[in-house]
Design a protein around this ligand. Sequence first.
Ligand SMILES: NC(=O)c1ccc[n+]([C@@H]2O[C@H](COP(=O)([O-])OP(=O)(O)OC[C@H]3O[C@@H](n4cnc5c(N)ncnc54)[C@H](OP(=O)(O)O)[C@@H]3O)[C@@H](O)[C@H]2O)c1
Length: 290
Amino acid sequence: MKVFIAGASGLLGGNCLKHFSEQGWDVKGSYFSYATDNTVYYNTLQPEDPNNFDIAAFAPDVIVHCGALTHVDYCEQHPEESYTQTVTSTINLIAVAKKCNAKMVYISTDYVFDGKNGPYTEEAPVNPISVYGRHKLEAEQMVLNEIPGALVLRITNVYGEEARGKNFIARIVQQCEEGKELTLKLPYDQFASPTNAWDIARAMFVLLRDGKSGIYHTGGTDFMNRVELALTVLKHFPGAKYQLIPLDTASLQQPAARPLIGGFVCMKFRKEYPEFLFSNVDDYLLARKK
Ligand SMILES: NC(=O)c1ccc[n+]([C@@H]2O[C@H](COP(=O)([O-])OP(=O)(O)OC[C@H]3O[C@@H](n4cnc5c(N)ncnc54)[C@H](OP(=O)(O)O)[C@@H]3O)[C@@H](O)[C@H]2O)c1
């Protein structure tokens, strides 16, 4: 299988690049502003950029779109930029996929739901409550409508190994390891399923290998709020100095509304892959110590 991954310098794309390569697939993954090992330059907003990796010449069977502007509060305050980074980039990659006759994988989110009654199945009615969520929904629908056999993988609360260590868990781990005192103001009313990017890469691999299409929800085996998530990490650092201030989401006054009871019921994936094991946050932190 030949796969091009847009956004392989990021958290999920980096794990996909590593896993697919280890499985023997012919994979190229791109960076935009932050070059990482084994990545090539590609700007999804300027498909004609002469510096772009030549996707057509590579002739992938699959294009995985892992690029997006993921800062939800920034998106709320910069809706045009959010549209460009999420929707226009997808329109551009759809055109490339059509040119190459490639299948597409679009990475979406539980922010397509309103969070009133999660966790959600694939059939649950969507109702995004933020700019980011609306743009992700528009992009996923576009991919499903335009690319035959396209796959949409909805994911949530991702952590794991990444070049920049910018995810929530990585930042807590880094500060604990550096012996810094942490001040954590966290909402106790936002729930989701923290998911290791490595598991999402493994799930995507089997779905692609088996030619699956349509929407799949994937998620780790934990279901917890942000306070519980932080405490789950902190218990692995018994000497950590921290001040944890649990708040409700309203008190945080975040620009973008959050789906409070988010996360997924991953029954569709579990039914088709009953022997696939997702890990959890404890598994990840224990493995890091070895
Ligand atoms: N992280 C989560 O918790 C989470 C949850 C739900 C859904 N998702 C979705 O999962 C996908 C991957 O997220 P992530 O956390 O892995 O994001 P990430 O770490 O921020 O990575 C984003 C990637 O997109 C690339 N990119 C940005 N602008 C680009 C452009 N104009 N052209 C080409 N590439 C560009 C970045 O490249 P450079 O860094 O080199 O500039 C980076 O490789 C996104 O679609 C996101 O919406 C993430």
